[in-house]
Design a protein around this ligand. Structure first.
Ligand code: HEC
Length: 163
């Protein structure tokens, strides 16, 4: 009787292990799976490759500051537009140029390409930098917070430094 119970328990334990193996993260992804999100090491390398002063940015502070943007913006590849456009690939893209997003006339007509310098001015005071924009964000006043946030955005939105 006792042995039977033990055998049953052992069988249960084995099947539990098998289950967690199947569904667990240790299982190898199928060969055709999409490229996985960058690891922390890859993010650290991407950070180090940024031009100064962004290479010294504090990614965790940048992530905390991004909480101010998250209600209106997603940053993942293919993420949805919310009140504001998805920001994946924003560096190197013309302002107001993401397809299917309905920008204000002033942003559509801005004519520049987003880089760290433009983003720094925009984030400090969006409506001062581009009067008439519909981005109702008061601005991020601390220059160091802007450096950290821009570094974070560069690392997270697929920015590739010029070779
Ligand atoms: C209350 C909503 C809201 C918040 C908060 C907000 N944004 Fe926006 N954002 C918008 C809207 C709306 C637009 C489109 C502006 C326009 O067309 O005038 C925009 C546009 C932008 C653009 C230009 C995108 C392009 O394709 O040209 C960038 C870059 C941007 N926001 C970054 C940020 C960052 C970074 C933060 C956080 C510090 C932030 N935004 C916070 C609503 C918001």
């Amino acid at each position: 009787m006792r042995t039977l119970k033990l055998v049953a328990l052992a069988a249960l334990a084995i099947s539990a292990v098998a289950c967690s193996r199947d569904g667990g993260s240790s299982s190898a992804p199928p060969a055709d799976a999409p490229a996985s999100a960058p690891t922390d090491a890859e993010k650290a390398a991407a950070l180090a490759a940024l031009p100064a002063p962004y290479n010294t940015g504090d990614l965790s502070n940048g992530q905390r500051k991004f909480a101010l943007c998250r209600s209106c913006h997603t940053i993942t590849e293919g993420g949805p537009d919310l009140t504001g456009p998805n920001l994946y690939g924003v560096f190197g893209r013309k302002a107001g140029a993401k397809a299917d997003y309905n920008y204000s006339d002033v942003v559509k007509a801005a004519g520049f390409v987003w880089d760290a310098e433009h983003l720094d001015k925009w984030l400090a005071d969006p409506r001062g930098f581009m009067p008439g924009t519909k981005m109702t964000f008061a601005g991020l006043k601390d220059p160091k917070d802007r450096i950290d946030l821009i570094a974070y955005l560069k690392v997270e939105t697929g920015y590739k430094p010029a070779p």
